[in-house]
Structures are given as structure tokens and as C-alpha cells.
Design a protein. Structure first.
Length: 89
């Protein structure tokens, strides 16, 4: 596991972490919550999917969060870095 203090630090080395669990700090730009999953977008291009039942705190736009998750890769089409099995620290 590796911690990144910013999404820009992660962008420089993201290829080294595909399939690995990391945590990363960023600012909530968008979030979408339903009964099963909450999708959180940090800094505009980092997408995290958290099981809503495991979310222990309220989230608002402009909150600074540290999220832990498994990096799945970068999607050229949507310009997003995608993470699964996530939790908010």
C-alpha cells in the first residue's frame, strides 16, 4: 500500500500501481449516492466507488478526503482514473 498526498503525484506514476491498493488525498468535485454504491470524483478525474453501507461520514462537494482503493487503471475515453473496493478514511 502507498499513500499519495495529491492526485497530481499519483498521475506521474500511476502505471506502476495497476491492481494495487493505494490511498490518495483529493477534493470532492462530484458525488452520486444511491442505495448500493456511492461514486466519488476527486479533483475531476479520479473515480472511486464505495459501498454506501460502508460509508461512515457525510460527504459534500469541496470536502478534502483520503480514499483507499484498488487502482483499476486509466480510461482514455472518459479521462478518468478508476478505483474499486474503496473506503473513505
Amino acid at each position: 500500500e502507498k499513500h499519495f498526498d495529491s492526485t497530481s503525484d499519483f498521475q506521474k506514476v500511476h502505471l506502476e500501481y495497476i491492481g494495487k491498493v493505494i490511498d490518495i488525498k483529493g477534493v470532492v468535485v462530484i458525488f452520486d449516492k444511491d442505495a448500493k454504491f456511492t461514486n466519488i470524483n476527486l479533483d475531476g478525474s479520479f473515480l472511486f466507488s464505495v459501498e454506501t453501507r460502508n460509508l461512515t461520514k457525510e460527504i459534500a462537494i469541496n470536502d478534502e478526503l483520503v480514499i483507499k482503493g484498488r487502482y483499476e487503471g486509466y480510461d482514455d475515453l472518459f479521462d478518468e482514473y478508476s478505483f474499486t473496493d474503496c473506503s473513505v478514511k
